[in-house]
Write a protein that binds this ligand. Structure first.
Ligand code: CAA
Length: 265
């Protein structure tokens, strides 16, 4: 079922989605967001990121799974290079008030951060190129199912920039600081087989099997109780930053909440 709004909350008109280069499908608890500028290899714009943030804000409570995919030959070629073509930063904050610049970039990052929310499991279905912001979008998701033609590349340093769309933390958490430095500062391509070895994919499948593999994962995730899934994701997400004592306390808190939900009056 394709819809132009999300349960009547802050409707996002079909025209606004199309202008942002996005497609949105909601099937019960599963939302699929398609990057839909295949003629530009799903190059991404500030408008696209802000619209993704709006989708996150408007997500109905019943949604459990969010799938991110790309139309055409690639997941995403990263930021639309036309943004830089005028030589003036194309509306990106280049000069002026640092606080305003900070707010501007935070507004773009908001398009990525909601994918880590405990109430949902986000899945990147990646194929072809996932460059720069495209790689960071895949990293923003909880899970990555990738096709065997996937080519990740953190291109930003090669363009004189840094990865600033929330990708550095998950990259380091997954591959470690040294490997992250090597991948980013060479801006080299990481192909599917290596990506899987490094933990940058939960599963690698033939290109033609990508949709089926994602559907299989969704089917395995959905039967788990929504409250238990959210509590467990909350625990797992905070584990790397917690001491053992903090994590044990967090486990106790979450379990007491579960026991109350299951058996309490
Ligand atoms: N921005 C704008 N247009 C893009 C684009 C991008 N990022 N990537 C591809 N396109 C356009 C091409 O210009 C081309 O347009 P025309 O048909 O008008 O010539 C069309 O999409 C198809 O591209 P290709 O013919 O190059 O397709 P391909 O399949 O042979 O190659 C590709 C695909 C490897 C992604 C290649 O297009 C490419 O290297 N693109 C640029 C990638 C890039 O440098 N991205 C920026 C990363 S940095 C970032 O994202 C974050 C940041 O904040 C800076």
């Amino acid at each position: 079922m394709e819809r132009d709004s999300l349960d009547g909350k802050d409707p996002i008109p079909a025209g606004a989605l199309a202008e942002a280069g996005l497609r949105l499908e909601i099937e019960g608890p599963v939302v699929t967001i398609t990057l839909d500028r295949p003629e530009r290899r799903n190059a991404m714009t500030p408008l696209m990121w802000r619209t993704m943030a709006e989708i996150g804000d408007a997500l109905p409570e019943a949604v459990r799974i969010v799938v991110l995919r790309g139309a055409g030959p690639s997941f995403s070629s990263g930021i639309d290079l036309k943004t830089f073509s005028g030589g003036d930063g194309g509306g990106l904050p280049t000069t002026g008030d640092p606080e305003e610049g900070d707010r501007f970039i935070a507004g773009l990052q908001a398009g990525f951060t909601w994918l880590r929310r405990p109430e949902i499991v986000s899945i990147a279905a990646v194929h072809g190129h996932a460059i720069g912001a495209g790689f960071q979008l895949a990293l923003a998701c909880d899970l990555r199912i990738i096709a065997d033609d996937t080519r990740y590349c953190m291109k930003e340093p090669a363009l004189g920039l840094v990865p600033d769309l929330t990708g550095t933390k998950p990259l380091v958490e997954i591959v470690g600081v040294s490997r992250a430095i090597e991948i980013c500062l060479t801006a080299r391509t990481v192909e599917a087989e290596e990506a899987a070895r490094l933990g940058l994919a939960e599963r690698v499948v033939p290109r033609e099997g990508l949709d089926a593999a994602v559907a299989e994962l969704v089917a395995a995730l959905l039967p788990i109780d929504a409250g238990a899934a959210a509590a467990t994701k909350r625990l797992l997400r905070q584990a790397p930053d917690n001491t053992l004592a903090e994590q044990c306390a967090a486990e106790r808190r979450e379990q007491l909440g579960r026991l109350k939900a299951m058996f309490g009056g």
